[in-house]
Write a new protein. Structure first.
Length: 330
């Protein structure tokens, strides 16, 4: 059920219970709004997205998964961040042991006031939403569903790592084992807990004892062509003020068409355990295709077509610059 619009029953249950410094921008857009922070490079983010896909599908327990995870950790280190690789073995819905690594990269580790940015980096083992049933057991490349969120975070880390003027601390968390949820072709029962396994583990075992953050932003499928990002329902339930903060930032910098002020679905995703277990108000930036017949997450979701050919650098740019605006406005 991951990233499906949550069933009414579940919704009701949840509701009840380089060395040079980067020059910052300071261009006034009107009497009240100011654009702040470094310029987000869409080209860099696109390259980071492609680099992950060059390893192949990053499915659990695969060589591509392990090599890509090391590459991600090394990139964060290259940008000057402190990296923790949180390794554990998780259990898939079918009992499969999953060798999992949550990758945590921290900037300005001495700061007690922190912001959490997160995304998942594993990819779906089965293209179970593909129009052709012959593809249902083929792995998904995950250019959008996996690589795009990490790519945006890597570019953010590159920019932030060059700038020692940012007083607040930033933690980037790349969750593993997000996409091993019950496939649509399986007869196994799906209560939603087979998804977001890495996030569940981290929320119960954070990399720092007593870890706290002012708020969190989850980036999921943030590079797709034609994407728009509506208010996600569980984000509004747990962190309405953060939703408003992020969407306001997008509007200030000219991305109101990509961040419309309307409601999307209610999503089971990595932000749920972060909100419920760590009590960090965390929102999900995730696309909403209201009229797409294949899926409300867009035509490539959990299909063999989730490839670089369907990644749009302008989408990566809009999301990345919005997050920059939020961070540098704090």
């Amino acid at each position: 059920m991951k990233k499906n619009l949550v069933l009414t029953l579940m919704a009701l249950l949840l509701l009840s219970c380089g060395n040079s410094k980067q020059t910052t921008l300071s261009k006034e857009t009107d009497a009240n709004n100011v654009v702040v922070g470094p310029e987000f490079s869409a080209d860099s983010a696109y390259a980071y997205c492609k680099a992950q896909c060059d390893f192949g599908p990053r499915t659990m327990n695969s060589e591509a998964h392990d090599k890509c995870g090391q590459w991600i950790a090394d990139k964060f280190r290259e940008f000057g961040l402190e990296v923790t690789e949180q390794k554990t073995t998780l259990k898939g819905y079918d009992g499969t042991p999953l060798r999992s690594t949550n990758i945590i990269a921290s900037h300005n580790t001495q700061a007690t006031d922190r912001i959490l940015l997160c995304a998942h980096w594993d990819t779906r083992p089965w293209a179970d939403n593909d129009a052709d049933s012959a593809n249902w057991r083929k792995p998904v490349m995950g250019a959008n569903d996996g690589a795009s969120g990490v790519a945006v975070m890597l570019e953010l880390a590159r920019l932030i790592g060059r700038d020692d003027s940012l007083a607040i601390g930033i933690d980037f968390v790349c969750f593993d084992a997000e996409d091993w949820g019950v496939p649509q072709w399986s007869d196994a029962a799906d209560d939603g807990n087979s998804w977001a396994l890495g996030a569940q583990y981290w929320a119960e075992n954070p990399h720092k004892k007593g870890y706290k953050a002012r708020f969190g932003i989850l980036l999921d499928m943030v590079g797709g062509a034609g994407a728009t990002f509506s208010h996600e329902g569980m984000s509004k339930h747990y962190a309405k003020d953060i939703v408003e903060k992020v969407w306001k930032a997008a509007h200030v910098i000219g991305h109101s068409s990509m961040f419309p002020n309307n409601d999307g679905g209610m999503i089971t995703d990595d932000h749920i355990p972060v909100n419920e277990k760590l009590k960090i108000p965390t929102i999900d930036i995730i696309p909403y295709f209201e009229s797409c017949p294949q899926s409300s997450f867009g035509p490539t979701w959990h299909t063999i077509n989730d490839t670089m050919e369907n990644i749009d650098a302008s989408t990566l740019k809009a999301v990345g610059q919005t997050v920059i605006q939020v961070i540098y406005s704090e």
